[in-house]
Design a protein around this ligand. Structure first.
Ligand SMILES: [Zn+2]
Length: 380
């Protein structure tokens, strides 16, 4: 006999929620920012010329200069995500080549182009991780991540695994340094993907959300954001982590116990929303966690792309499978406000200097992973 609940508790009122750690906030960036370009014509960057993690090296390259509508950012912290790994392994056709990956980062503005308004040297910023045209039907409707001619920043352009990065100014967002570098460098990809997925599900307060891969990059934010949105949250993880309770989960269970836990929490009605970024390994099973009218949110395929679905179970219970990717700029701004007013936490497992970028990319798939992998780009 084993106990199928690893952790279970009743919903906590918002007022009792733990605030995120503020350890890093006392001196998050140097008070004096150097702006002397003449001394900085070269920079260190993670560069690969052929696909493969083994081909990524730290190279001295010419520092980029911002065009009239661009911003030069001194990268302080970067999040490492599956999209970076897919970029490095060539699955996403990176351009230009040789290429600097890195879709998610936070830093300090070093220089702005002549036509940039509202952003100044010394501002603390994060990237909106999409390159977009601003003119197509998708961009005009506010869905920049679906731009007809755009793509992922760091894949269709050089990214943030470098001391300096140039970003179009429409993809630069000013933030409050007091949130701490680890959280700031988790908002553009990890948190935004989870937030957009939950928003797309139409989640309402009082509903039940099951998060598959809850201790992963997006999973930890799906747990926190679903909780903040007023949902009951079942966090599902191969290695159930107690820290997910601190993030707002009502139950943290291993996959073998999830069905029973969701049934018990919902009186048999099952989940309204299941967030599953894992793909073929779990998708059919995740559909079984849903109650009638439920929605499966898919924004990743970490375990494979092909899924066999019994369509009868889809139509007869009016199940929806909702694909989402990234999020909008408007949602990123909302997310920053949520992080400031309600608190979000980025659980970091390992933090490497830029020189250890290969290890960081490899650690993403480690079975021991217990939180995020970050690059402390400022570290020498
Ligand atoms: Zn567009």
């Amino acid at each position: 006999m084993h106990t199928y609940y690893v952790y279970l508790r009743r919903v906590k009122p918002i007022s009792e929620l733990p605030r995120p750690s503020r350890r890093e906030t006392s001196a998050p960036y140097p008070r004096k920012v150097k702006h002397t370009r003449s001394l900085e014509q070269r920079m260190k960057a993670a560069v690969f010329g052929r696909p493969g993690i083994e081909n990524v090296g730290i190279v001295d390259v010419d520092a980029p200069s911002p065009g009239p509508h661009e911003v030069l950012i001194r990268v302080v912290r970067a999040g490492v995500n599956p999209v970076d790994r897919l970029t490095v392994t060539g699955a996403r056709n990176p351009t230009p080549m040789p290429h600097i990956p890195g879709a998610e980062f936070a830093g300090i503005v070093e220089e702005v182009g002549a036509h940039v308004d509202g952003i100044s040297r010394g501002d603390i910023v994060i990237d909106y991780p999409r390159v977009f045209c601003g003119r197509c039907d998708m961009c005009i409707s506010g869905r920049e991540m679906l731009c007809r001619t755009g793509g992922v920043l760091g894949t269709v352009s050089n990214g943030g695994f470098a001391e300096l990065a140039v970003v179009p100014y429409v993809s630069v967002v000013k933030v409050d340094a007091s949130l701490g570098w680890d959280l700031l460098a988790s908002l553009p990809v990890s948190a935004l993907t989870a937030y957009h997925g939950l928003r797309s599900s139409g989640l309402r307060a009082g509903q039940t959300v099951a998060v598959v891969g809850a201790s992963g990059n997006t999973g930890m934010f799906a747990v926190q954001l679903a909780h903040i949105m007023g949902a009951r949250v079942v966090a599902i993880s191969r290695k159930p982590r107690g820290w997910l309770m601190d993030m707002g989960a009502d139950a943290v269970v291993e996959p073998g116990s999830a069905m029973r836990a969701v049934a018990e929490l919902t009186g048999g009605a099952m989940a309204d929303v299941v967030v599953d970024p894992l793909g073929s390994g779990t998708a059919s099973w995740s559909l079984g966690l849903l109650g009638s009218g439920g929605k499966l949110i898919s924004y990743g395929v970490l375990t494979g792309q092909e899924v066999q679905v019994d369509m009868r179970t889809i139509y007869s219970r009016e199940i929806s499978i909702v694909g989402t990717t990234g999020g909008t700029r408007a949602e990123l701004v909302e997310l920053i406000a949520i992080a400031s007013s309600r608190g979000l936490d980025a659980r970091v497992w390992r933090k490497y200097g830029l020189g250890d970028v290969r290890r960081a990319l490899e650690d993403l798939s480690s079975g021991e992973r217990d939180g995020r992998v970050m690059l402390d780009v400022g570290r020498r």
